[in-house]
Design a protein around this ligand. Structure first.
Ligand code: ATP
Length: 361
């Protein structure tokens, strides 16, 4: 029987509640006769690790993850540590160290979820946002001079490479091609940013020729926000730069009804390194330790993890079960207007997995 080695990094805040919930659900799938099992290893990196060791994860931490089949991540963020330290010291260190250059964020309005777009049907909103995850505005290139002086200056350079843009465009076109509508929107800002974004557009056109069956268009990022709200059904797969997609995907999560539901995957498409799966929400210290955290974003991330491992039947089963659970208001956590606890939702998912007819997984 195939054993998958999974690294679990709960991180901070509610990450410490939702990642164990995700492990429980993955273990339930394995126990339900899916034909595989998991070997989990937990890593206690994050804010507490920083207080004890002065760093968010050990310097050689990547080596401990390198031979894993996948990473399940919770969140990094601590009210007492600056955000740029928690982000760069853990999550980005893994994303960049393992060249997980494609950040993939599916968005749908799941059954039973009250989403804010009143003029559209839930079926109108079915998107996947592909975010360039290795360079661009978050390349980390820049610096500060004359700190604290009146002449202080600071730069953050947006670094786009031809290789970096080609690979994310190719990934996005391929993903669009795999979806029923074969429709890709390339988000840009080449009217105002006349160097890197013009190259971005040129490369989109070049790569589009490799995918003649994919219909594609270009949209300025500002117009894309309005289109997401006003004409959601006109979009399917989107590709955008690191910064643009960061913003668009938070909008997408809000339009789908809750931050607690949305998943994301940081993928190394070449599979040289393990890919990392996580809910998009942060550490949410305000609700930490109270059993209020919605674990659905983590469960959906587990669906993506299973898809990445090639366990498509198990992925399909888990997604079906998640939709059954969101359809039941008695199983909504507080962010969805309900009163169910993290544990109750987790248990309901596990029970439905165990009860699924044999042969469905
Ligand atoms: P960070 O600083 O780590 O990004 P944050 O607390 O500033 O985290 P988020 O965690 O992204 O921000 O979420 C904002 C708010 O949304 C939280 O304070 C919390 O109330 C709510 N929230 C986020 N995720 C969940 C969840 N999974 N379940 C329930 N509520 C959530």
């Amino acid at each position: 029987m195939k054993t998958y080695k999974i690294a679990c990094i709960p991180g901070d805040g509610i990450g410490q509640e939702v990642v164990p919930a995700g492990q429980t659900v993955l273990a339930a799938l394995a126990a339900a006769g899916s034909g595989f099992k998991f070997d989990f290893e937990n890593f206690g990196w994050g804010g507490d690790w920083f207080r004890a060791h002065g760093e968010m994860m050990p310097a050689a931490g990547l080596d401990a993850l390198r031979d894993k089949d996948a990473i399940l991540f919770g969140s990094a963020g601590d009210p007492h540590i600056p955000d740029h330290i928690t982000l760069w010291g853990l999550r980005l260190k893994i994303c960049q160290g393992f060249d997980q250059y494609a950040n993939v964020r599916p968005t749908r309005i799941l059954p039973g979820i009250d989403a804010p777009l009143k003029r559209c049907q839930p079926a109108d909103l079915d998107w996947v946002i592909v975010r360039e995850n290795s360079e661009g505005e978050y390349s980390g290139v820049g610096g500060r001079v004359h700190q604290g002086q009146p002449i202080e200056a600071a730069t953050d350079l947006s670094m786009m490479t031809r290789a970096g843009v080609e690979r994310i465009m190719r990934y996005a076109f391929r993903l669009a091609q795999s979806r029923p509508r074969k429709l890709l929107t390339v988000v840009t800002k080449s009217n105002a940013q006349r160097h890197a974004m013009v190259m971005w557009d040129e490369i989109a056109l070049q790569i589009s020729k490799e995918f003649p069956d994919v219909q594609w268009d270009k949209e300025l990022v500002d117009a894309a926000t309005a289109r997401m709200v006003n004409r959601p059904a006109s979009l399917d797969t989107l590709v955008a730069t690191n910064l643009h997609a960061d913003i668009l995907s938070d909008l997408a999560a809000a339009l789908a009804g809750s931050l607690g539901i949305a998943p994301t995957a940081n993928i190394d498409p070449e599979r040289r390194y393990p890919s990392m799966f996580e809910p998009i929400h942060g550490s949410a210290f305000d609700i930490m330790g109270k059993g209020l955290a919605n674990p659905v974003g983590t469960f959906w991330s587990c669906v993506m993890l299973l898809e990445h491992l090639g366990e498509l039947d198990a992925a399909r089963l888990l997604m079906q079960v998640i939709e059954q659970v969101t359809a039941d208001p008695a199983l909504h956590t507080r962010d969805l207007g309900g009163s169910a606890s993290t544990q109750q939702v987790t248990q309901a998912v596990c029970e439905r997995i165990a009860a699924a007819p044999a042969g469905r997984h």
